[in-house]
Design a protein around this ligand. Sequence first.
Ligand SMILES: [Zn+2]
Length: 245
Amino acid sequence: MRFIILAAAFILSFSNISAQTTESKLQINHLTGNFYIYITYSLYNGYKVPANGMYLVTPKGVVLFDTPWDSTQFQPLLDSIQLRHNKKVVMCIATHFHDDRTAGLAYYKQQGIKTYTTKLTDELSKKNNKKRAEFLLAKDTLFSIGGYTFETYYPGQGHAPDNIIIWFKKERILYGACLIKSVEDDDLGYLGDANKTAYAATVKKVQAKCKQPNFVITGHGDYLHVQALQHTLMMAEELRKKNMK
Ligand SMILES: [Zn+2]
């Protein structure tokens, strides 16, 4: 009898631990209105690095912007959305070809979600063995769903050759993803696929298009400071000067 109680206590405490572990692997934070930020993690250079994605709840279903970086969180994200909002994810747009944006595309397609990238992202995904979307955007595209409208915009090369941003003109939300660094970043991060001379001009084009944003959502780290855009431009100008010499 004593053994059974101990065993039960052990199982209970073990399930507590696993519940906590699952929780810390996926965070969902309310942004504004029906917009939410979700955060997953991956190991990068031995460090646990967070990645931000976003989703929008509409009467016609949920739109996902980028996929979780952590492949164990593809389904937990769908489950959490279902539980919290009683709605299904109906579409997903990935903003460039790196894993922290595209990792879940094939999985979500399998789940019947309409997945999108630009044609350019798809070419790079194919070349680099990344997951690919079902539907390809040949140019900047305006989407309307459940009373919301947003636009994909390709401002040119920066963090990656194919980085797009998403602009919600009415709500003035700029989903910048990895092109835009957070105010806490001291550098532009991974530049292996970056265009070091064009980066600044590309950020300027985003600034010109997305006037007075209420929110600027970065790919990693702090996303609550709209100064992220200016901060990124400053670092990109430095990078350009260094690479012009
Ligand atoms: Zn990234």
